[in-house]
Design a protein around this ligand. Structure first.
Ligand SMILES: CC(C)(COP(=O)(O)OP(=O)(O)OC[C@H]1O[C@@H](n2cnc3c(N)ncnc32)[C@H](O)[C@@H]1OP(=O)(O)O)[C@@H](O)C(=O)NCCC(=O)NCCS
Length: 230
């Protein structure tokens, strides 16, 4: 029987099965957290059992669009999902805060000290987190971080940063700080209209709310270095 990630499981009948006899299968393990149509596709049959009805509680929670209770997972970027990560988009007015994802993925691919993950809310791709590990015993940096405009305001940004901190603490307890370059709170003006950022579109207050503090004056691009102790 095929499983979701290319594996198979084998089931053995304890008695002979006659042609046409109905057999049942319990949706345990990996299957019970899949949507019914995904489950049916994997198993090569359509089922109308209670667990597959649209008003089943599990079905509602997994079918629903990303919400505050969705489970966030941080997955590697692979040949299967990199295009989708590259196609994530921000709200209009936010593009001046960071490079396009396709650029970031390219940079990550060729930088040994980059660590990048695709962020999923349940099974929906919602964002991207890219860190730089230039001096692992000293400081980590959020190099690029974005939540797609459709899924902002659901707490994923906060949980993304909390995940980054937990990840660093787990992998390098000696690291002292996590830094980030942010557009200043007053936004920024540029000759390129796509790089203009209004105050309300700057992530500065977002990082401030999470405990990051300014540690250096604005650089030549007007970006401010912020940092939080680990
Ligand atoms: C910044 C960003 C990652 C926040 O993601 P998000 O999922 O919308 O944030 P959350 O829903 O987790 O918000 C967490 C808190 O920050 C606040 N917040 C979020 N964005 C804010 C902003 N631009 N200004 C002020 N507060 C903000 C929220 O109101 C919330 O406050 P609360 O905890 O008191 O309710 C997202 O807006 C984004 O991708 N922006 C464009 C890209 C960017 O600027 N990236 C950072 C540069 S590396």
């Amino acid at each position: 029987m095929p499983m979701g990630k290319g594996d198979t499981i084998s089931c053995f009948a304890i008695k002979d099965i006659r042609p046409g006899e109905e057999i049942t299968f319990a949706y345990f393990g990996e299957f019970d957290c899949l949507l019914s149509h995904t489950r049916h596709k994997l198993l090569h049959f359509v089922c109308k059992c209670k667990a597959c009805l649209p008003d089943n509680v599990g079905e509602i929670s997994t079918d629903s669009t990303p919400n505050r209770n969705s489970i966030l997972t941080f997955r590697e970027v692979t040949e299967d999902n990199w295009r989708a990560v590259a196609n994530l988009s921000l709200k209009p007015g936010q593009t001046g805060n960071l490079a396009p994802n396709v650029w970031s993925l390219c940079e990550a691919h060729y930088s040994e000290d980059a660590w990048v993950r695709a962020i999923y809310a349940d099974e929906t791709l919602v964002g991207m987190l890219m860190m730089a590990i230039w001096d692992p015993d000293e400081a980590y940096y959020i190099w690029r971080f974005m939540i797609d405009g459709r899924y902002q305001g659901l707490g994923y940004g906060r949980r993304g940063v909390e995940f980054a901190i937990a990840h660093i603490r787990q992998h390098n307890p000696r690291a002292k700080t996590l830094g980030v370059m942010s557009t200043p709170p007053e936004g920024k003006k540029s000759e390129n209209p796509l790089k203009n950022v209004k105050p309300e579109d700057s992530p500065h207050r977002f990082y401030e709310r999470l405990g990051f503090k300014e540690i250096a004056p604005p650089d030549e691009d007007g970006e401010i270095m912020m940092s939080i102790d680990l």
